[in-house]
Design a protein around this ligand. Structure first.
Ligand code: TA6
Length: 332
């Protein structure tokens, strides 16, 4: 695989390192085997629902949750989660009618399938780096990677029938000091080529949408699904969100989109091999019309910045593998 900037990292899982390390990350599986929570010694945490492999919480050391989760989000596996980071695969949006995905639900089956927890790998801060980091007033440098798997065999009979291709997806969620990385490794396990779209439908929490701007999109071509404009060019270096917004920014030349709140950088969203970003806020009417979107004025506290490969289809030949991911940096 050609080396790429921001390539999803793989962490060592060495017992030797653990022996010499300081306090280590922890990983807990809930009693009902429905969710996995990882915590860093510095206090950051991430919780992943096995249903949809949906990240439902990503907290800073002070307990601030970086993700927005609807108060009426279904967390019992009855429907896709409204909030957090739903995984969109193998199709984004309503499937096209004349396509292999046409019988799938909107946004595909990944977000409403039960994934397998494959395990963790941690990079413990070694004692000396811990001391050095603490002495320098820096944060703990440990991180933890959680792996989840979804395979053709995991699909419901309906989904399998609707999309009868052999595939495997390994989804890695890596919690680091001040960052969360989500990355997929998609493999064609069958004997014939197929094509897919993938996207992380990330609901970022912001304290006030009226004071929120997005930067890094100037000059980028986008489709505006609210105004039904198939192709426009972003003319604003700092995009405010002042109403219903549903835009697919395509082939973005730079890897980082940033969220600025009240003039201060709040998030960096750094894409790796994901050329597109969807920006979505349902605003007042659409929010009120969604039964699982609560509170009704929750649109004032969230912005979806969704990194993906969705403007085109990615074709995978038999036996081929594809990787892509995104790193969110919390800049609080
Ligand atoms: O990512 C934006 C979008 O495609 C919007 O058009 C809206 O449909 C949103 O996703 C939510 O979709 P969902 O199926 O989760 O209600």
């Amino acid at each position: 695989m050609v080396e790429r900037p921001h390539k999803p990292s793989s962490l060592p899982n060495t017992a030797a390192a653990a022996k010499s390390a300081g306090p280590q990350p922890t990983v807990d599986i809930s009693d009902d085997n429905a969710r996995v929570t990882a915590r860093l010694p510095s206090g950051e945490s991430v919780t992943v629902l096995l249903y949809g492999a949906t990240v439902i919480s990503w907290k800073n050391a002070d307990g601030t949750d970086n993700l927005w989760l609807s108060e009426k989000a279904a967390l019992d596996g009855s429907k896709p989660v409204r909030g957090g980071i739903p995984v969109v695969f193998p199709v984004f949006g309503p499937p096209p009618s004349n396509h292999a995905t046409s019988s799938l639900p909107q946004h595909g089956f990944a977000r409403n399938s039960r994934w397998e927890y494959l395990g963790k790998s941690t990079s413990e801060a070694s004692a000396e780096s811990e001391r050095a980091s603490t002495a320098a007033g820096g944060a703990d440098s440990s991180s933890v990677k959680l792996d989840f798997g979804l395979y053709s065999s995991n699909l419901s009979p309906e989904a399998r029938k609707a999309w009868p291709y052999d595939f495997g997806v390994v989804y890695s969620v890596t919690l680091g000091p001040g960052s969360l990385q989500t990355a997929v490794n998609v493999r064609n396990e069958g004997d014939k080529a197929w094509e897919f779209q993938v996207l992380f439908h990330t609901y970022l929490s912001v304290k006030d949408i009226s004071k929120t701007h997005l930067t890094g999109l100037l000059g980028v071509t986008y489709t505006d699904k609210v105004l039904s404009v198939p192709s426009a060019t972003e003319s604003t270096a700092s995009l405010p969100i002042t109403g219903e917004t549903d835009r697919v920014y395509k082939a973005i030349p730079q890897s980082t989109t940033s969220v600025v709140v009240d003039g201060a950088p709040r998030f960096d969203v750094v894409r790796d091999n994901l050329p597109d970003t969807v920006v979505w806020n349902p605003w007042k009417e659409k929010a009120a019309a969604m039964a699982d979107f609560a509170p009704d004025d929750g649109y004032k506290s969230m912005i979806c910045v969704e990194a993906g490969a969705v403007a085109e289809w990615t074709k995978l030949e038999a036996g081929d593998t594809w990787e892509g991911g995104v790193t969110y940096r919390s800049l609080l």
